[in-house]
Design a protein around this ligand. Structure first.
Ligand SMILES: Cc1ncc(COP(=O)(O)O)c(C=O)c1O
Length: 638
């Protein structure tokens, strides 16, 4: 570490290090006190509140770490950006159709989120996408506006279809997107039975392929959608049933988090060809539904990396509108209403996972004695002398020697030729040697590949009070990178390199891939934890997919959740507070009965009293502690 660096370190240096201005989308930044602040759009400007102030407010209300913080204003802002950007693109290109958003409920089904989208989205006729009966029932209960769409994707049984047809009778614009031939027959049968015309869409399997995480699922191998042959069969089937006039929507979904705008444009152009052909077959199409795919810049690189995208929301809208207009104008067809089912682009920003650090594991040597013990073992002595030879122009050789002699010492230990204390000394010497090598690496002109991973192998492990499996499942399941950083002390240079381990005793329960301005790294810069002071980290952009996909690994349950709204004057409303799962809750999810567990425990305690192993008053306090634990939080409590 350079001392001058440490003295001149500022909030700006931290902003550059963590790339917060790049991935924060204007919603997150660092204030002059070195705290991360949320910048909520308000009256023409932005009102900022520090996350540390929000944490203070949460703690006063009894909500301890970890907490999933939702900032309601940010969902509103994302809905506005999406709708305003489409409106602007429609205006500047002279497009004659409209735009309708439909938020896919599966991306965040939590009632506070969906209700807020329905409430705020009403002014834009923003609707919902439902992929199951349960989601359709949510849509029917929260949407007030009959101009908003309810787009029904997924496989539909008769009950699903009946629900949707009833929604039609109630005046909802509820659209069945057909995925299979079986569905078309069921829709025909049920709509005849209930005597209501359905609005029908077809989901097409396009041949356009996209980059990014879902690349393998796009194109011909895509899991969903109708082939061209099936589309022709459906058109014939609907015509025969005299329901072709109900076929109003063409749907496609190229994949989520599409990094490259060129693939989106290519997909739209291909879909337009189908649109034109379907119209000439007699389908009175009105809607072109692009599904999801509008990507988030998780790593702040504005690139075609799978965690980013090379376009803005505004560019996305203009490209889509322009592509459709160009294609359809050439055939003199009216412009359809453009529908998108943007999920992550709507809700990712709204949630931040906040957690505290419980402990730090260092890979640093203890004190090194000034000399070796008398009559040292030959291999221990070799290791000792190797350390004296470390210099910058032979680091690879030094590394080889340190590891070789350490392994020799380990072999001798296995054979009983070296005792416990000499083995401990050897391990300490090895760590000291490796740390010396790491310190000299920056002076090398070219770092040999074998040494590149050494800093990471010696990085600290910060133990965080959270579960990757519960709160960041995509980080484990699909190596999704989320921005992670300390939320305070940002005027201070972070001098440690670390990976982060969670509370589960699982080797996968860790964060060791981080986004930064220089690309992905395996360690994160953090501050040394101070005795008696909490150190808080935030994982940002976690509002999409994470909450529902999370699981109960090691029985860590839902975290505490708080929704806040930032007012124009900078004051905060704590809109919702939700205590996370108690231990009794998670036990009951896996079919235990907490009451009978308590009874068993009481019987064991009673027996111990009878056997004279504990007193009656000890029994009482044990029972009270057990009962309190059942009601307690599943995470670490100070
Ligand atoms: C049919 C459909 N629509 C919309 C979405 C939402 O996608 P995104 O979150 O990329 O906007 C998905 C997700 O994969 C989907 O399958």
């Amino acid at each position: 570490m350079n001392d001058t660096d440490t003295q001149t370190w500022s909030a700006k240096s931290s902003a550059e290090l963590y790339g917060i201005e790049e991935w924060g989308g204007g919603y997150f930044g660092i204030n002059n006190d070195g705290n991360v602040e949320v910048r909520a759009p308000g009256n023409g400007g932005r009102t900022a509140v520090a996350l540390t102030d929000i944490i203070d407010g949460l703690q006063q209300r009894g909500l301890e770490m970890p907490v999933l913080l939702r900032i309601e204003n940010l969902v509103d802002s994302r809905i506005s950006i999406l709708n305003d950007s489409f409106a602007e693109a429609i205006k500047v290109t002279g497009y004659k159709g409209q735009y309708r958003g439909a938020f896919p409920i599966k991306v965040n089904q939590q009632s506070h989120i969906v209700e807020e989208i329905a409430r705020f989205g009403e002014r834009y006729n923003h609707g919902l996408e439902a992929g199951s009966k349960a989601e359709l029932m949510i849509a029917m209960s929260v949407l007030q506006n009959r101009e908003s769409l309810i787009v029904c994707n997924g496989y539909k049984d008769a009950e699903f279809i009946d629900l949707g047809l009833q929604a039609r009778k109630l005046g909802f614009k509820c659209i069945f997107v057909l995925e299979t031939m079986a569905e078309v027959r069921l829709v025909i049968e049920r709509s005849r039975e209930l005597k209501v015309d359905p609005i029908i869409g077809v989901r097409l399997k396009l041949s356009t392929k996209v980059e990014g995480h879902w690349a393998e699922d796009s194109g011909d191998r895509s899991l969903f959608g109708l082939t061209t042959n099936q589309l022709v069969d459906i058109i014939d089937e609907l015509r025969d049933a005299e329901l072709l006039h109900c076929l109003e929507l063409l749907h496609f979904h190229l994949g989520s988090q599409i990094p490259n705008i060129r693939s989106i444009r290519a997909g739209v152009l291909e879909a337009c060809r189908y649109y034109i052909e379907m119209v000439s077959e007699g389908a009175p199409l009105k809607y072109m539904d692009l599904g999801g795919g509008l990507a988030i810049d998780y790593d702040g690189t504005s690139s075609v990396s799978g965690h980013s995208r090379n376009y803005s929301v505004q560019e996305y809208c203009v490209d889509v509108v322009e592509a459709i207009a160009q294609q359809l104008d050439a055939h003199d067809l009216p412009h359809p209403t453009i529908v998108t089912e943007s999920g992550r682009a709507t809700v990712a920003h709204t949630s931040v996972l906040l957690f505290n650090i419980l402990d730090v594991g260092h890979f640093e040597p203890g004190p090194i004695p000034s000399q070796l013990p008398d009559n040292p073992h030959e291999q221990l002595s070799n290791l000792w002398h190797t350390l004296k030879m470390i210099e910058v122009n032979r680091l690879q050789e030094n590394y080889n020697d340190v590891i070789y002699y350490r392994d020799q010492v380990r072999d001798c230990f296995f054979r009983g030729e070296i005792n416990l204390r000499d083995r401990a000394l050897a391990e300490n010497l090895c760590l000291a040697g490796l740390q010396q090598i790491v310190a000299l690496l920056p002076e090398m002109k070219r770092i040999p590949p074998e040494l590149e991973a050494l800093p990471e192998q010696l990085a600290d492990i910060y133990y965080g009070n959270f579960s990757v499996f519960q709160s960041l499942p995509d980080s484990w399941a699909i190596n999704q990178v989320f921005p992670v950083m300390p939320i305070h002390r940002l005027n201070e240079k972070p001098t440690r390199k670390a990976t982060i381990a969670d509370l589960t005793c699982d080797c996968d329960g860790k964060l060791d891939s981080f986004a930064g301005p220089e690309g992905e790294t395996n360690t994160l810069s953090l501050h040394p934890v101070k005795d008696g002071e909490e150190y808080h980290l935030g994982v940002f952009l976690v509002g999409a997919y994470q909450e529902t996909l999370g699981d109960l690994h090691n029985l860590f349950g839902d975290t505490n959740v708080a929704s806040v709204r930032i007012n124009n004057d900078g004051s905060l409303d704590f809109v919702h507070e939700l205590h996370g799962d108690s231990i009794a809750d998670v036990l009951s999810y896996v079919e235990y009965d907490p009451q009978s567990m308590f009874r068993q425990f009481r019987m064991a305690a009673e027996q111990a009293v009878r056997d004279g192993r504990i007193s009656v008053s000890e029994r009482q306090s044990m029972l009270a502690a057990y009962s309190e634990s059942l009601r307690g939080y599943t995470y670490f409590e100070r």
